[in-house]
Each structure stands twice: as structure tokens, then as C-alpha cells.
Design a binder for this molecule. Structure first.
Ligand code: NAI
Length: 230
């Protein structure tokens, strides 16, 4: 059995003293998703070639990625889907339950709270907080919106490990500092600002517009090619 360790200083996962790059780690959720679908469809084994065709990445990329973790399967024989799914899930920390709170119960905060699929992956939404008193009589999927004053105690009593920031950038830095002082160790940050957090606290920034700009770039390239202006 491999031992997966997150190296806080270098932001890499270590497997038996081997460091795994962020590029490999960023591809793991996609493998996990595809394998989950194969598992649900009752597929027991899959070759790197078939997985490659399904996911539209080269078989050699798949083998290289999996070799970082010892390979997971025998060449020619294919991968055991359930085993691979579970092992990648463990690497991603999805075999454990995570308890989340959402700060900012506006459009985005409510949309995230309403998304049931996070729970299937072990991310349990426990609380929703906002400064707007007009929202305090509102419930989103059974969660009552609460005032910010409740957070400190709530984090402690409910063993919260992840905070989701869906507030304007003007207050995000201060709120993140407060959350860290209450013991939050990981922040899923949707506010368009870089947070100052101490070493040991993890931040994952999400900018949907980055993804849209990437799409725009690819569309641009495609159109130039089609029009022969490249
Ligand atoms: P919204 O205005 O609907 O919701 C923001 C909520 O935060 C409001 O309910 C407000 O009362 C609350 N709030 C403001 N200051 C607060 C504080 N200090 N503590 C607790 N709650 C506070 O806005 P929306 O559309 O939900 O967007 C939220 C934020 O997320 C915005 O900053 C927006 O720019 C950002 N955003 C980021 C995206 C991304 O991809 N990263 C995508 C969409 C929005």
C-alpha cells in the first residue's frame, strides 16, 4: 500500500518519497469521474487504450500518470475499474468526509448549497452564513442562513474543515483571516482576490471566467483555422 502525503511547503503529494506534480494531480479528478461512470455501468476492467479513447488522452499519458502511483494495473490485462476508482479516490482524499460551510448566501452561495452531488463525494454542507439579515429566515436545502457571529462556535462544534467563500472581494481577505483563526484549514475561494493565509492553510481559487476565456481562445484559434487566416 502506498502512503500519500501532502507536502505543504511545496504543494505536492509525496508517494513513498516521490513527488507528484500538480499537473498530474489536476488530472486525477477527471480520471475519477470517468472511472465512476464506468463502475456505475458495471464495467469491471478497462485497458489504457480503451480508457484513452474514452477520455481522449493518449494511453501513454494515462500510463505515465498512473505510474506515479505504482501503476495500478498490469499491462495487457487492463485496470480493475473499482480498484482504480477507489485508489484515485483515496489519493484525492475522497474516502474521508469533509464538512463545509459557505460564507455568502447570495446567488453563487445558494447555487453551491443546492448542488447535491458534492455530498455523493463526501463533501457535506453544514452551514450557510451571511451578513444580510434579510436572508436569516431563508433555508437552502434544509440549511438555515445564519449570521456571521455564529461562525466561530459553529466551526468548533461541527468540526468544519473547509470554508467556501462566495462573498465580494472587498471583504474576502479579512473573512479568510478570521476563518483561519477559528481553525479552518482549507478555503475554496470564489472571490476574485488572492488571500493571505499562513503556511499550512490550503486555498483553491476558482475563477469560472478563466475557463470561459480558455474557451474563447480555443474558439478564436478554430475560427482562424477555418477562415485560413492562421
Ligand atoms: P451576491 O451579491 O448574490 O452574493 C453575495 C453575498 O455575500 C450576499 O448575500 C451578501 O450579503 C454576502 N456578503 C457580503 N459581504 C459579506 C461578508 N463580509 N460576510 C458574509 N457575507 C457577505 O453575489 P454572487 O453572484 O453570489 O457572487 C458572490 C461573489 O462571487 C462575488 O464576489 C462574485 O464576483 C464572485 N463570483 C465568482 C465567480 C468565480 O468563478 N470565481 C463566479 C461568480 C461570482
Amino acid at each position: 500500500m502506498y502512503e500519500y502525503k501532502y507536502n505543504e511547503i511545496r504543494g505536492k503529494i509525496k508517494v513513498e518519497e516521490k513527488e507528484i506534480s500538480q499537473a498530474v494531480i489536476s488530472r486525477l479528478p477527471r480520471y475519477f469521474r470517468y472511472l465512476g461512470e464506468l463502475k456505475d455501468d458495471g464495467v469491471e476492467r478497462i485497458s489504457s487504450q480503451d480508457l484513452s479513447e474514452l477520455m481522449k488522452v493518449t494511453a501513454s499519458q494515462i500510463r505515465q500518470d498512473f505510474n506515479n502511483f505504482g501503476g495500478f494495473g498490469q499491462q495487457g490485462y487492463g485496470y480493475n475499474v473499482v480498484y482504480l476508482y477507489e485508489e484515485i479516490g483515496k489519493i484525492l482524499g475522497l474516502d474521508k468526509e469533509h464538512r463545509l460551510i459557505i460564507i455568502g448566501a447570495g446567488n453563487l452561495g445558494q447555487a453551491l448549497a443546492n448542488y447535491m452531488n458534492f455530498e455523493r463525494r463526501g463533501f457535506i454542507m453544514k452551514g450557510l452564513f451571511d451578513t444580510n439579515a434579510a436572508l436569516y429566515d431563508k433555508k437552502v436545502r434544509g440549511l438555515q442562513v445564519q449570521p456571521m457571529e455564529n461562525i466561530k462556535q459553529f466551526v468548533k462544534e461541527n468540526d468544519i474543515d473547509i470554508a467556501v467563500l462566495t462573498i465580494p472581494k472587498s471583504s474576502a481577505v479579512d473573512i479568510a483571516e478570521q476563518l483561519v483563526s477559528y481553525g479552518i484549514k482549507a478555503i475554496w475561494n470564489f472571490a476574485h482576490v488572492d488571500l493571505n493565509v499562513p503556511q499550512g492553510v490550503l486555498v483553491e481559487n476558482v475563477h469560472l471566467s478563466d475557463s470561459l476565456m480558455k474557451l474563447s481562445y480555443n474558439l478564436n484559434c478554430y475560427e482562424q483555422k477555418e477562415n485560413g487566416t492562421e
